[in-house]
Design a protein around this ligand. Structure first.
Ligand code: NAD
Length: 275
């Protein structure tokens, strides 16, 4: 276990996905109680089963909640259940997301653009606001620091420098960077809540990395080769450290921002991109 997380309750959204599932394993292993949200019920259940089957000798607590982050009603009723099951929330990893289609700007579908913005921006804000309301009403206790509550939003380097053929995704992640600063510095600091974001870049290997390269190769974008392997090589060639990052490296950075290790840091963006 890890003293930074023992006895803490962490909400993780997108818990049925790649990062979210790994995060549920990572934080339960470190002694946190994890509140796992996803709108994909079967993926969520796989996460819950995987975590519970890890280490039966250790007492770990995880509960799954099927929740659509784009629906205020769904988030509100989910939070009612969460509070009756856990009584308080210390940390939030606001991580659910949708990458949208991979298409050059001139062909990008407007409906898909709006779907991406709705999930990645409006959805992230609904969750952030709803959880922050709960945090603001909780006692701060004597623990850790004057700002014991912490939120980490998953942004992306796409929001900083743009990713070809992913205009909606890039726009949505830029919005997350601005949202993080706006809520952290001006609005939530007086309530004992820190808010930061994380911006991963190329993470793999695995299904997501391979799939992404296939989609970029077939996108019709002149920026990419039509051969997925050449796409992968070109991407890695552009990284100063000349390799992909691991999910573990993302999680360690999320853990730093969620925990009291970063107790004097709010409104910042931590880039995890190999340089
Ligand atoms: P993923 O697709 O594996 O997981 C995303 C999860 O979010 C899925 O389980 C999905 O069901 C869930 N979700 C989507 N819409 C939802 C909704 N309306 N309500 C509730 N849940 C919903 O993707 P991932 O790779 O795990 O990415 C997680 C986050 O990290 C995303 O915000 C993504 O943009 C970001 N990110 C990923 C990478 C990467 O390399 N994988 C890099 C940078 C940023």
């Amino acid at each position: 276990s890890d003293a930074r997380f023992v006895g803490k309750t962490i909400v993780i959204t997108g818990a049925g996905g790649n990062f979210g599932r790994a995060g549920c394993l990572f934080f339960t292993k470190r002694g946190a109680s994890v509140v796992a949200w996803d709108n994909n019920e079967s993926a969520l259940m796989e996460t819950i089963n995987e975590v519970r089957s890890q280490d039966e000798a250790n007492y770990i607590r995880i509960e799954g909640y099927t929740c659509d982050v784009t629906s205020e009603d769904s988030v509100r009723s989910t939070l009612e259940s969460v509070l009756s099951d856990f009584s308080r929330i210390d940390m939030l990893w606001n991580n659910a997301g949708y990458q949208g289609e991979i298409k050059p700007t001139l062909e990008y579908d407007i409906e898909d653009f709006s779907r991406v913005m709705n999930i990645n921006v409006t959805g992230a804000f609904i969750v952030l606001q709803s959880v922050a309301k709960i945090m603001a009403g909780q006692s701060r206790g004597e623990q850790d620091s004057s700002h014991p509550f912490s939120i980490v939003n998953t942004a992306s380097v796409a929001g900083l420098r743009g990713t070809p053929a992913m205009v909606a995704y890039s726009s949505s992640k830029a919005a997350i960077l601005a949202m993080t600063v706006a809520v952290a510095k001006k609005d939530l600091a007086p309530h004992g809540i820190r808010v930061n974001s994380i911006s991963p870049a190329l993470i793999g290997p695995g299904y997501m990395w391979t799939r992404q390269n296939e989609l970029h190769a077939s996108s019709g974008s002149p920026y990419f080769s039509s051969d997925p392997e050449q796409v992968a090589e070109a991407k890695i060639g552009g990284v100063p450290m000349k390799r992909l990052g691991t999910i573990e490296e993302v999680l360690k950075s999320v853990a730093y921002l969620l925990s009291s290790d970063s107790s004097y840091t709010t409104g910042t963006n931590l880039v995890v991109d190999g340089g």
